[in-house]
Design a binder for this molecule. Sequence first.
Ligand code: GUN
Length: 296
Amino acid sequence: MTAKLILGKDVSEEIYSELRQRIEALKAKGTVPGLAVVLVGNDPASQVYVRKKGEMCESLGMMSRTIVLPEETTQQELLDVVAGLNADPAIHGFLVQLPLPKHIDEEAIINAIDPRKDADCFHPSNVGRMLIGEPDFLPATPAGVQQMLIRSGIETKGKHVVVVGRSNIVGKPMAAMMVQKGAGADSTVTIVHSRTQDLPYITRQADILIVAIGKPRFVTADMVKDGAVVIDVGTNRVDDPTHPKGSRLVGDVDFENVKDKASAISPVPGGVGPMTICMLMANAVKAAERAAEGSR
Ligand code: GUN
């Protein structure tokens, strides 16, 4: 069997065209959705992500503000920037790009973000709302994975979803979303991680395997059931002397071998990658719609 490819580019295009209509409707009523992104320091990967977020905002006709602060920024200075964004009516949603420099307590910063403007859905009150099935926002990467499943027509109801990885950004919220009642969920969910005993025994039982463990080609073909759907959230840069840059991106799944066993699979790059920014934009539009309604 050769798996059907699930491409985030195609799925995100569909969502962007829906978002464009919602943005036009907001603008017609006098609200320009505004998203701010705060970057502290010079991490090259973060610089790329932040630039892409700003460019996408502009291409959708939203207002974008990028705030770049030096590596030496103190925690209090960053808290002051967050307080300014919380109070700014032109900014409907914002995020502080992670990771932050070591001298800044990430949790303290996330806790200071007004939950109504929390475009990442990292604030504990938004995480809690998601867990009880009353979400305001959804965390961008897991929401992107869920949209890939829904819009590729993959049945999730009653299926065994195995999530590989337990991070706060992907693994834990992904599992919490798939176990909810409703479309694109209603699954039986297992989380496995670095301390799981006989992890392959469990991944082989997955109808849908979602991998976010941050280890290049961690999931091999022997860990996958015939006909499973495999979603690879990993992005790992590995050395490759044959590549012009000397390195290339690979996922957490051994794509070349797993594709012959899976019924559907997302590649890296081109799979989940484009979905994160897309769902971030969706959160920003939602925040602007809510502000325009004057609710909450
Ligand atoms: N760093 C890596 N992924 C993310 C993300 O989704 N949001 C933020 N703020 N930082 C990140």
